[in-house]
Design a protein. Sequence first.
Length: 41
Amino acid sequence: MEVFINKTKVHLGIIPETLLILLWARACELQAADTIIVDPK
């Protein structure tokens, strides 16, 4: 079974890049065992 993943370079501006960092931080927080943020969705 072969899996091909297309990697596309995305050029983000200052504001979208900042929002992506916040989204990444929130995802990391929700995966931690002792979270401060609780979001059941």
